[in-house]
Write a protein that binds this ligand. Structure first.
Ligand SMILES: [Zn+2]
Length: 117
């Protein structure tokens, strides 16, 4: 299990899975957040604490930020189409020693929608 928390520690997550990699995405929001996403099926992730959410465009995803300190712990799928829909938590909120154990893959979410490695 990987755990993470925002800066003020009001929001916590538990990620009950083993990530094969973490995704650094260059899309319009991920590049601004500087997030490293790790994905899992929704039931394998638990997030607690006060957040505000942000969605735009087709509103298929909502990015959640702590409503006290502003860190972004996760995004949720607003249009889950399959029973095994996924969500993601931001590995940047985990212990730095944990972050170094996970391979980073760069994803071209801005253009080709493919990994760049
Ligand atoms: Zn916070």
């Amino acid at each position: 299990m990987i755990t993470g928390s925002c800066h003020c520690e009001a929001v916590h997550y538990e990620y009950n899975h083993t990530p094969r990699w973490t995704t650094s995405c260059n899309c319009s929001i991920c590049r601004r957040l500087g997030a490293l996403w790790i994905y899992a099926k929704v039931p394998l992730i638990k997030v607690t604490g006060p957040t505000i959410s942000y969605a735009w465009g087709e509103k298929s995803l909502a990015f959640h930020s702590c409503n006290i300190c502003g860190c972004t712990p996760h995004w949720e799928n607003l249009k889950p189409t399959e029973p095994d829909a996924r969500m993601a938590v931001n590995l940047r909120l985990a212990d730095p020693e944990v972050i170094t154990t996970v391979r980073v893959r760069h994803f071209d979410g801005a253009d080709t929608w493919a990994f760049l490695d």
